[in-house]
Design a protein around this ligand. Structure first.
Ligand SMILES: Cc1ncc(C[n+]2csc(CCOP(=O)(O)OP(=O)(O)O)c2C)c(N)n1
Ligand SMILES: [Mg+2]
Length: 802
């Protein structure tokens, strides 16, 4: 044998041993969490031993041999124990965290970038999202390199380990179409084709649909159906009949036979094809156990087949590997259709332990029960290409951002126009800040006012593409030319794609070691369309700015169906996302300047922090509108700037005998201002509170209360300080073009009575005044609410307005 062949045989022997160990450790981790920890703290969890086992071979091949340090992987959620076991063997996961799997601060049930400590590249959990994340991560890698950054580092492959039922998620196909448009490269999707979902065995012949689909989108498809044992058996006399039988066996029957084992295989194969003497002889040459090993030797459980397929893929085109596997491979419930949450019983685990040669008390020993020497195994692990990846993620320096953003103010303008104008001004600059900014939009670039920015900075594409209208000298407001230097990524209309792309752009500093400042735009109501992906991006701690515009009823003339009501509440509730709804453009400029710094923060939050965790940073959501309103001519003081960021300020300070306060957010500013003017004629010392961020006001209040409860008596927050001078008999009317609950809590801060105005129903078309009247957020409604809430004579202007 040549030296290379010897080496391959040695490697294979060791990899087989590691595959066995990975299967043991993953199964033991889950068993330990259920049967051992359970007695301690009642932590009863799902099994998922079967789902993990399905990927044990593929992940062994990848992590110990195939992956290079620059490759990044999204691991199917239920393969988490396999992932952690592998990192444990590589010395990147602790035994304590494995023993605490799924427990407080232990290894996470689904791989988590933020909560796990063993280098998870992409979180997974909500199926389909991690898969698409790898595609967009690959596009972002290309974006970064096309802009001349990071070219000293080798290109990585973005790899997803995908459950076959996961492929039912539509967002995966939306992503594939976008990938085709954008010239996707360096992306591998490895499908764990175990033909089982959570509930049952999946539909027959899906692989053929996948194959056609992937090829249509420009992917290579590699099907790994039969392992090397099967290939050898097919070469024996009668082997072709066996292959034919396997190829035509329905999925449920195959699964059932896998579960039943060797004797059942013998019976069934003898009955179906044993009449042929050659087949009979082929079967007779094998014991029941050997036959079971042969029949479960599918491509996805066969190291030589996997290694060969991965090694052959040296090009950079996207590849889909369809790997036939068995859910629960190597475990007693392999193939059973109900095995999804299956968990080995204590007795089954004892049998499994004996089969794995693991002695009691030595369950966590890395090399226990393996025939290879510890030295050889450790040497192999140390030499794995992946093992040279630094344990720490890249932390590129922050990009310096301006303390103030200039914006030419018009006397009357909308926050959306202001947003476009601010970006246009940035677009004129030659600075690292302007260069690192990247915008993206799902076919609403022009209608969300990114047009002038795009005119200045161009659209991004790997290959330059001129603007035909310009070349033909047809006048047009917008230049639509693509180049590798462009700074806007135009997406098709798929909001899921927008959020997953933002997730990828917003992790570039850690994935590519190159920081980007991403801004995405969409119509506010369509946040709901991509909400799970937005949540996913935040969960991964991706950093971006989201400009959602138009919003609320202000979109009404275009169609009642487009009105957003609940988004302010989403903004408050979404972890990792600071939500703002400015009314005036100078406020927006302040918020955006702050946001560019905030999305780069990653500091520790001091333990005694009673405020907003600003040190830790996060993403930012701007709820904007197309409604032009009168701007305020004023000087932006440092104090006002601070208050705008903290969430609110007095536009008109309440006097000492204040009877009514109007608190408003966003587009309803003109109604609130007018109402206060009119109410002031019949009520004393009326106050007008501009709320720029209900989210941050509320978060500060919650934090302050918690801090006081923890004994820090001096803790206070912005809204407490703002409302402190308001007499207790005073009523507060809150109003916004969104759900009234957004501001309804203001009364609880100091116990004021509150009437919350907002929008609870939607669907009416009309002008903004029509709709504000219809839904009760116009001036008259504000005055009526103030009148009902406060003692005194009727407010005279109420009738005049009607
Ligand atoms: C968006 C979403 N819906 C539902 C679930 C619940 N769920 C978890 S795994 C699973 C089935 C996965 O099947 P498959 O992808 O084939 O993986 P396998 O269990 O076969 O390994 C489901 C429905 C989820 N995690 N995410
Ligand atoms: Mg499956």
């Amino acid at each position: 044998m040549s030296r290379d062949a010897n080496q391959t045989t040695d490697d294979l022997r060791i990899l087989h041993a590691l595959e066995r160990k990975v299967l043991w450790l993953a199964s033991w981790t889950i068993h330990n969490a259920n049967h051992i920890r359970e007695n301690v703290d009642g932590l009863k969890v799902g099994g998922h031993q079967a789902s993990s086992a399905s990927l044990a071979t593929i992940m062994t091949a990848l992590y110990f041999k195939v992956l290079r340090p620059q490759d990044r992987v999204a691991v199917k959620p239920h393969a988490s124990p396999v992932y952690h076991a592998i990192q444990y063997l590589l010395g990147r996961q602790t035994r304590e965290k494995l023993a605490d799997f799924r427990a407080y601060k232990g290894a996470q049930s689904y791989p988590s970038r933020t909560k796990d400590t063993d280098g998870v590249d992409f979180s997974t959990g909500s199926v389909g999202l991690g898969v698409a994340q790898t595609l967009f991560a690959s596009l972002v890698q290309d974006y970064v390199r096309a802009h001349g950054w990071g070219s000293d580092r080798p290109e990585g492959r973005m790899i997803a380990l995908v459950g076959d039922a996961e492929l039912d998620e539509g967002n995966i196909f939306e992503a594939m179409l976008e990938g085709w448009k954008q010239g996707l490269r360096n992306c591998w999707w490895i499908i764990d084709y175990n033909r089982q979902s959570l509930d049952a065995v999946i539909r027959e012949g899906l692989w053929a649909r996948y194959e056609a689909l992937f090829r249509d989108f420009g992917w290579d498809v590699v099907i790994l159906k039969h392992g090397s044992l099967q290939q050898e058996a097919f070469a024996e006399p009668g082997g072709d009949k066996l292959r034919d039988w396997i190829d035509h066996c329905p999925n449920p029957l195959y699964s059932a036979l896998v579960f039943q084992g060797g004797a059942a295989w013998q019976r069934r194969l003898l009955k179906d094809i044993g009449g042929e003497p050659e087949v009979r002889a082929l079967l007779d040459r094998r014991s029941d156990d050997e036959l079971a090993a042969l029949m479960t030797n599918l491509g996805g459980h066969d190291l030589p087949t996997l290694l060969d397929a991965f090694a052959r893929t040296t090009h950079d085109r996207p590849v889909c590997f369809i790997c036939y596997t068995i859910k629960g491979y190597g475990l007693p419930f392999a193939g059973h259709k109900d095995n999804h949450a299956g968990l080995m019983t204590v007795k089954q685990m004892e049998t499994f332990r004996a089969a794995m040669d693991v002695r009691e008390g030595r369950e966590w020993e890395p090399f226990e029960g393996l025939a290879e020497s510890g030295e050889a195994l450790q040497g192999f692990l140390n030499a794995a290409p992946f093992a040279t990846r630094p344990a720490q993620r890249a932390q590129p320096p922050r990009i310096e951002t301006p303390a103030e953003l200039s914006v030419p103010l018009q006397p009357v303008m909308s926050t959306q126009a202001g947003f476009g104008s601010i970006l246009n001004e940035i677009g004129k600059q030659q600075s690292a800040f302007a260069e690192r900014l990247v915008t993206t939009s799902p076919d609403v670039t022009v209608s969300t006012n990114l047009g002038s920015w795009v005119n200045r900075r161009g659209l991004f594409a790997q290959q330059a593409l001129a603007d035909t209208f310009k070349d033909e000298r047809i006048p047009s407001t917008f230049e639509w030319a693509f180049s590798p230097h462009g700074q806007h990524i135009e997406l098709g209309i798929a909001e899921m794609n927008l959020f997953i792309l933002l997730s990828a752009l917003g992790l570039s500093h850690e994935i590519n070691g190159e920081r980007l400042l991403p801004i995405g735009t969409l119509y506010d109501p369509f946040i709901a369309r991509g909400l799970d992906a937005l949540n996913y991006a935040c969960y991964q701690d991706a950093r971006f700015i989201l400009a959602a515009t138009p919003s609320g009823l202000t979109l009404a003339p275009e169609g009642g169906a487009h009105q957003s009501i609940g988004t302010p509440l989403i903004g408050m509730a979404q972890d990792g996302l600071a939500a703002f709804e400015p009314a005036f453009v100078d406020e927006l400029a302040v918020i955006m300047a702050w946001a560019f710094a905030y999305i780069q923060q990653d500091g520790e939050v001091p333990p005694d922090s009673d405020w907003l965790r600003d040190e830790a940073g996060g993403s930012v959501y701007l709820r904007l509108t197309t409604r032009p309103i009168e701007q305020i001519a004023r000087t932006m003081t440092p104090e006002l700037r601070r208050e705008i960021i903290d969430g609110g300020y007095w536009l008109r300070k309440p006097g000492p005998n204040c009877q009514a306060v109007i608190a408003f957010s966003g587009a309803v500013a003109p109604e609130a201002v007018q109402a206060v003017g009119l109410i002031a004629e019949d009520r004393r010392d009326v106050g007008l509170l501009a709320v720029t961020s209900a989210d941050r006001l509320n978060a500060g209040w919650t934090a302050a209360q918690r801090a006081r409860e923890a004994g820090r008596a001096q803790a206070s927050c912005h809204i407490e300080r703002l409302l402190a001078p308001v007499p207790s008999h005073c009523g507060i009317v809150t109003v916004l073009d969104g759900h009234p609950a957004t501001l309804a809590w203001l009364g609880s801060v100091h116990g004021h009575r509150v009437r919350s105005l907002g929008v609870e129903h939607f669907g009416q078309t009309g002008s903004i005044p029509d709709l504000y009247r219809h839904y009760g957020i116009d001036t008259a409604a504000i005055i009526a609410a103030a009148e009902a809430l406060t003692p005194g004579r009727p407010i005279r202007h109420l009738r005049a307005l009607g």
